[in-house]
Design a protein around this ligand. Structure first.
Ligand SMILES: Cc1ncc(COP(=O)(O)O)c(C=O)c1O
Length: 280
């Protein structure tokens, strides 16, 4: 099941050709996007996702996304959805056509959640560490690299997932060249030690995650402690649990890293899952 609605509120056929071949989102990956989880018709963290869409757009010097129009478009999509209870909802905002009047292209596309992601939520995943080739301070020193923007240029992220698959794993933990943990290609990394959660700082040039923020909020409310601090690869082996979290995958546990089994975190995973769900 898929539902597509253009930013002016017009529903469109997701199987029909639609985007112009000279759209800069297509030609250069010059645009930004968000992927939002919808459960029982309720988008989760819609406000933070729209905030992040605006922040990413500003980093790319794009026109500010029309927030009210995106909110209306989301409503139209959800009204038309007749599929399952969980939806992956993509919002896309590009620079528009090359040589045009600067009007951005915008749409919302709802799809089912892939069976692979649903299985990984339950079974956990094997991951490999891969060098992202960035160093602390680079994001601030070289803002044109757009580190920490959710741009449409995800070819590198997808190439990393293919490399993981070649190595017999499903996912990636990106690191700096000196072995500091960053994030997954489409997820935030969290470690747990007892009732203490840690995630790496966004200043390293990673995307601040809405799922991580929601989980930390819920955990703090229940008396857990949380910390945003650098994590070394070695810390991943000594943690009680390592998790890759994102809107659509929710909390997914990493059971194997670079071919080595991590401590069994199935029980911890269930507790984190319950904390996260308690937010909604
Ligand atoms: C690079 C990257 N980091 C982290 C995340 C997780 O963000 P969120 O929890 O807001 O979905 C994503 C989401 O797709 C991502 O692409």
């Amino acid at each position: 099941m898929r539902v597509l609605v253009l930013l002016d509120g017009t529903p469109a056929d997701p199987d029909a050709p639609l985007i112009r071949v000279d759209d800069l989102g297509l030609l250069r990956g010059d645009g930004v996007f968000e992927t939002i989880l919808v459960v029982d018709g309720e988008p989760r963290e819609l406000g933070p996702h729209l905030d992040r869409l605006a922040r990413s757009a500003a980093m790319l010097d794009l026109p500010e996304p029309d927030r009210a129009a995106f909110e209306r478009t989301v409503d139209v999509v959800l009204d038309r959805w007749a599929g399952g209870t969980e939806i992956a909802l993509k919002l896309v905002h590009t620079r528009g056509v090359e040589g045009g009047d600067g009007t951005p292209t915008g749409f919302a596309l709802a799809t089912d959640i892939s069976p692979k992601v649903l299985a990984q939520r339950v079974e956990g995943i094997a991951a490999v560490t891969l060098d992202r080739g960035i160093e602390p301070g680079l994001a601030e020193r070289a803002p044109w690299l757009l580190l920490g923007a959710k741009s449409l240029s995800y070819a590198v992220n997808m190439a990393a997932v293919r490399e993981a698959e070649r190595r017999g794993a499903a996912e990636v933990v990106f690191t700096t060249s000196s072995g500091s943990v960053l994030e997954g290609p489409t997820s935030t990394l969290i470690t747990a030690r007892g009732r203490h959660l840690t995630t790496p700082p966004a200043e390293l040039g990673i995307l601040p995650g809405t799922t991580q923020a929601a989980l930390f909020r819920a955990a703090e409310r229940e008396g857990w402690t949380t910390e945003v601090a650098p994590i070394d690869v070695a810390d991943l082996y000594s943690a009680d649990g390592v998790f890759l979290v994102s809107s659509v995958r929710k909390i997914t546990r990493v059971h194997t890293l670079d071919g080595k089994a991590l401590p069994d975190s199935a029980e911890l995973h269930a507790r984190l899952d319950a904390l996260y769900e308690s937010e909604y």
